[in-house]
Design a protein around this ligand. Structure first.
Ligand SMILES: CC(C)(COP(=O)(O)OP(=O)(O)OC[C@H]1O[C@@H](n2cnc3c(N)ncnc32)[C@H](O)[C@@H]1OP(=O)(O)O)[C@@H](O)C(=O)NCCC(=O)NCCS
Length: 179
C-alpha cells in the first residue's frame, strides 16, 4: 500500500492509535448531522477495521489523514467501492469525514484532489462518483471544488438510509478520467 502525500497531508493506512480520535469524531452529532445518529466506540472501531480491510483488499480506500508534524489523525478521505445497488453502480465513490476542529482549512479538498488523482492515475478508474444529502453543502462544495459535476437526473434514494426521512434523498456527482 502506497501512502499518498500532498503539500500538507499524508493519506495512509489506519493505525490503532487513530481509533480514539476516530471514535470522538463519530460521537460528535455535528459531524454525524447528515447520517442516522452518532456511533458508539465499538461501532467506530468496527468501521475503522472495515475501512482498513478495504485498503488491504483493493490497494485504495478511505485512508486515515495525518497532518505530518501537526496532528496524527484528522479523519478520513479517499475512495471506496459502493456496496449498495443503485442506477450508477458498480462504481467507486470518493468520500470524507473530518473531526470538527479541523474543518475549514481546506484539508478535505486537498486530500480529495489527491484521492481523485490516485483513482484516475494508478488505479485507472474510468469514473469516480460522490454523493451526499442535498443539504450537506460543505460536502457538495468539496465535490465542486475538485471538479465533479452534478446532474439532477442522477439524484437517487440511498437504500441504506431510513425511509421517509430527509436523509434518504441524495445528490450524485461524477468525475470522468481526464482525456
Ligand atoms: C465535508 C467536510 C469533510 C468538509 O470539510 P472542510 O474542512 O469544511 O472542507 P474544506 O475546508 O476542504 O472545504 C469545504 C468547502 O465547503 C465550504 N463550507 C464548509 N461548511 C459549509 C457550510 N455549512 N455551508 C456551505 N459551505 C460550507 C467551505 O467554505 C469550503 O468552500 P470554499 O473553499 O469555497 O470556501 C466536513 O464538513 C465534514 O467532515 N463533515 C461531516 C462528515 C460529512 O458530512 N461527510 C460527507 C458525507 S457525504
Amino acid at each position: 500500500m502506497t501512502d499518498i502525500r500532498t503539500p500538507r497531508l499524508l493519506l495512509r493506512s489506519w493505525r490503532d492509535a487513530d481509533l480514539p480520535a476516530f471514535a470522538a469524531l463519530n460521537a460528535d452529532a455535528e459531524v454525524r448531522r447528515w447520517f442516522p445518529g452518532t456511533l458508539t466506540c465499538a461501532e467506530s472501531d468496527a468501521q475503522a477495521a472495515r475501512l482498513q480491510a478495504h485498503i488491504a483488499a483493493h490497494g485504495f480506500g478511505l485512508w486515515a489523514v495525518e497532518v505530518p508534524g501537526v496532528v496524527l489523525f484528522v479523519g478520513f478521505v479517499g475512495l471506496q467501492h459502493v456496496t449498495f445497488p443503485a442506477p450508477f453502480t458498480p462504481a467507486v465513490e470518493t468520500g470524507w469525514r473530518l473531526a470538527r476542529q479541523h474543518w475549514g482549512r481546506g484539508y478535505a479538498t486537498e486530500a480529495a484532489w489527491a484521492a481523485l488523482a490516485h483513482g484516475f492515475g494508478p488505479v485507472a478508474l474510468p469514473e469516480i462518483v460522490a454523493f451526499a444529502v442535498p443539504g450537506n453543502l460543505a460536502s457538495r462544495r468539496v465535490m465542486e471544488r475538485i471538479g465533479m459535476r452534478h446532474d439532477p437526473a442522477d439524484d437517487f434514494d440511498h437504500p441504506g438510509m431510513p425511509e421517509g426521512t430527509p436523509l434518504r434523498r441524495h445528490v450524485l456527482y461524477r468525475a470522468a478520467r481526464p482525456g
